[in-house]
Write a protein that binds this ligand. Structure first.
Ligand code: AMP
Ligand code: GLY
Length: 422
C-alpha cells in the first residue's frame, strides 16, 4: 500500500511511525513532514492546506490512502477532493468537518442527538451577548464561533472578564472572521478527558482516552497552548464511563450526522468534562489530538493501517483493536516564549541518548535539519518525548529521564505532566 500522511507535527510523526510498522505498507510519504518524520517517511514539500497539489501528488503517485492529520485540510475539503479523484481519504468531508469548524453546528448536532453538553446561546450582536452574560452571571464561557487555532475560548471567572472577551472577539476581531458570532456556554466543572472513536459513517469503535495539559505552566497556570503533555489511559476514565460516552454521545451524534446526509468518517475526538452529573461534551474535533495521538499510538498493539482503511471503507463493524497493557505519557518540549512569540532556529542535541532510554520514543513536532545536518527548532511545540511503562509513574520517569538527556537551551517543558493522576 502507498500512503500519504498530510501534516507535519508530532501527531503526524506518531501516525507515520505507527504506519511504518505495518506489514501492509509499501511506501509512505508525508506532506510537508518534519525532520523526525523524514526518518520513517519521504517528506514532500507540499503545505497541508494546498488541497489541489496534494490530490495531484496522490493521483500521480498511485496513493492508496491519504491520511489527514490536522483539521485545516479537512475543513478545506481534502476528503471531498480525494473522493472526486477516486482516492481514499481518512478524515471527514468538509460538511462533516463542521463538527470542528463551527461551535454552533456542534451544539445543534448534540442537541438533536440529545447528547449531554453545556447549556448555550449564540449571538451575532455584542450588545445582546453582553446582556446575556450579565443575566447569567459568572463563571461563564465565551467562544468565538469559527476556527481560532484553539485560542478562541475564554473561561471567564467574572462578568467583567466575559465582557472583555466579547469586546476582543466581536468588536476588536482578534480572531478575525471567527468572531462574527459567539457561543456563550454554561461553565462545566470537573476533569477534562480527550476521547477518541474511529468512525466509518455508521459504526464507531472506541480508541480510548487521554488527558491533555492545555496551560503552559506547571500547576495548570499561564496561557492556553495546543497541549503541553498527555497521558493514557486516564485513571478517572473507567470502562463504564467509556460505555456511557459511546452510548450517550458518540453513537447518537454519529447517527445524527448520517441522518443529515453528512456521515462522519475518520476519527472523532470528543473533548469531555467529567461532571458530577456525568460526562458532558465540551467540543468535537475531527482529527486526532496532538499530543494525545502520540500517547495512543505507542499503546496500540494492532496494525493501524487496516483500521484506517476500515474507517474509509465502512467495515469497522468487523474490526477489533488490541492495546498493549501499558501506560504512556508525553512531555512536550516547546521553544522558549511559546505560546507567545518564540525564536526559531535554535539547535537541539542529545536526541540519540534520549531515544536509548527503554520505552522512549521521541516524536518531532517542529524540527528541521540545517544544511550542516544539525537539528533545529522551527515551531512552537518542537518535540514530544513519549514513553511507555507498566505503570504511569514508570512512563513518567522514563519520559523525564529522556528530557534530561536532551541538550536544548532554547526549549522548555512542564515538569508536572500527569500530576492529577499521580
Ligand atoms: P474548546 O476550544 O472548545 O476545546 O475549549 C478550550 C478549553 O476551554 C476546553 O478544553 C476547556 O478546558 C474549556 N472549556 C470550553 N468549554 C467549557 C465549558 N462549557 N465549561 C468549562 N470549560 C470549558
Ligand atoms: N491537544 C488538544 C488538541 O489536539 O486539540
Amino acid at each position: 500500500m502507498k500512503v500519504l500522511v498530510v501534516g507535519g507535527g508530532g501527531r503526524e510523526h506518531a501516525l507515520c511511525w505507527a504506519l511504518a510498522a505495518s506489514p501492509l505498507l509499501g511506501k509512505l510519504w508525508c506532506a510537508p513532514g518534519n525532520a523526525g518524520i523524514a526518518e520513517v517517511a519521504e517528506c514532500v514539500a507540499i503545505p497541508a492546506e494546498d488541497i489541489t497539489t496534494l490530490v495531484a501528488f496522490a493521483t500521480a503517485n498511485g496513493v492508496d490512502l491519504v491520511v489527514a492529520g490536522p483539521e485545516a485540510p479537512l475543513t478545506l475539503g481534502l476528503a471531498d477532493a480525494c473522493a472526486g479523484a477516486g482516492l481514499r481519504c481518512f478524515g471527514p468531508s468538509a460538511a462533516a468537518a463542521q463538527l470542528e469548524g463551527s461551535k454552533t453546528f456542534t451544539k445543534q448536532v448534540a442537541d438533536a442527538a440529545k447528547a449531554p453538553t453545556a447549556a448555550w446561546a449564540r449571538f451575532t450582536e455584542a450588545a445582546a451577548a453582553r446582556d446575556y452574560v450579565r443575566a447569567q452571571g459568572a463563571p461563564i464561557v465565551v467562544k468565538a464561533d469559527g476556527l481560532a487555532a484553539g485560542k478562541g475560548v475564554v473561561v471567564a471567572a467574572t462578568v467583567a472578564e466575559a465582557e472583555a472577551a466579547l469586546a476582543e472577539i466581536m468588536e476588536d476581531r482578534v480572531h478575525g472572521a471567527a468572531g462574527a458570532s459567539v457561543v456563550i456556554e454554561e461553565c462545566l466543572l470537573g476533569q477534562e478527558v480527550s476521547f477518541f472513536a474511529l468512525c466509518d459513517g455508521e459504526t464507531a469503535l472506541p480508541l480510548g482516552a487521554a488527558q491533555d495539559h492545555k496551560r503552559v505552566g506547571d500547576g495548570d497556570t499561564g496561557p492556553n497552548t495546543g497541549g503541553m503533555g498527555a497521558y493514557s489511559p486516564p485513571p478517572v476514565f473507567t470502562a463504564a464511563l467509556q460505555d456511557q460516552v459511546m452510548a450517550e454521545i458518540i453513537r447518537p451524534c454519529l447517527a445524527e450526522m448520517a441522518a443529515r446526509g453528512t456521515p462522519f468518517r475518520g476519527v472523532l475526538f470528543a473533548g469531555l468534562m467529567l461532571t458530577e452529573t456525568g460526562p458532558k461534551l465540551i467540543e468535537f474535533n475531527v482529527r486526532f489530538g496532538d499530543p494525545e495521538c502520540q500517547a495512543l499510538m505507542v499503546r496500540l498493539k494492532s496494525d493501524l493501517l487496516p483500521a484506517l482503511l476500515a474507517a474509509c471503507d465502512g467495515t469497522l463493524h468487523s474490526l477489533t483493536l488490541a492495546w498493549e497493557k501499558l501506560h504512556s505519557l508525553v512531555v512536550v518540549m516547546a521553544a522558549n516564549g511559546y505560546p507567545g512569540s518564540y525564536v526559531k532556529g535554535s539547535e537541539i542535541r542529545g536526541l540519540e541518548q534520549a531515544a536509548q532510554i527503554p520505552g522512549v520514543q521521541v516524536f518531532h513536532a517542529g524540527t528541521a535539519r540545517r544544511e550542516d545536518g544539525a537539528l533545529v527548532a522551527t515551531g512552537g511545540r518542537v518535540l514530544g518525548i513519549t514513553a511507555t511503562g507498566t505503570t504511569l509513574r514508570e512512563a513518567r520517569d522514563a519520559a523525564y529521564a529522556a528530557v534530561a538527556a536532551i541538550d536544548w537551551p532554547g526549549g522548555f517543558c512542564r515538569q508536572d505532566i500527569a500530576h492529577r493522576a499521580l
